[in-house]
Design a protein. Sequence first.
Length: 249
Amino acid sequence: MLLDGKVAVISGGASPRGIGLATAKLFAEHGARIAILDIDAAGAQRAATELGPQHRGFGCDVADLASCQSAATQVLDAFGKADVLLANAGITQPLKFMEISPENWDRVMDVNLRGVFYLSQAFVPHMRERRQGSIACMSSVSAQRGGGIFGGPHYSAAKAGVLGLAKAMARELGPDNIRVNCVTPGLIQTDITGGKLTDELRAEITKGIPLSRLGDAKDVAGAYLFLASDLSSYITGAVIDVNGGMLIH
Ligand code: NDP
């Protein structure tokens, strides 16, 4: 039981095959109580109910500061504390450079990068007060290798922004005993690709992966568990690759 007695907040946790929900299940097995946040409020509540009565789901659009602040208030009212924050929610769009409209740019930046910023701002005052916290931010191999897998250049830019933001947060929040780290998954089989990942593309991508398979949501959940738990108590500002060797650097 690596998270006994801890409260973990997971954004983007409602998607049935998603990384957030797989992580919520693993965290619950390790004794945590979970607050699932998602833009789909009913989905978040449903997911939490399926996990068990001690867990809760709340609607939250991470791209909206007021929504993040309201979610933080509801979480703290319900649980009394938040030990772990996974800024996991994200969207992608498989667009080429010249196809990206201002609206595409804004939405991908807003959910993936601004969302990490706003959600962290909503929980950091509480963590500071308790002088305790672990924040794990969702980036992507796309940030490190310049995309070329599924998301467009705006997705790579947003996820690269997450790396810089998280490292700067780690530096500033370290003295408050708040750790901030990132995970950078390769291609993980979830519904984020919206059915647009063809068998041909899947086979092509698999050829470039030393472990010879795409990732599962559980693979990322394991890395999140490590970062959330005291096993990583002296780790901050780190980036954990979960990519089967797709990028070794
Ligand atoms: P999913 O689409 O399964 O899960 C993402 C969840 O975030 C969905 O429930 C989605 O809701 C929700 N969401 C979308 N927008 C918002 C918002 N504004 N506020 C709150 N919640 C929101 O995708 P994954 O589990 O694959 O993705 C999780 C994270 O992992 C994302 O940040 C993604 O970019 C990242 N990632 C994924 C990889 C992969 O290959 N799958 C690889 C690298 C990184 P809805 O479904 O209604 O949009």
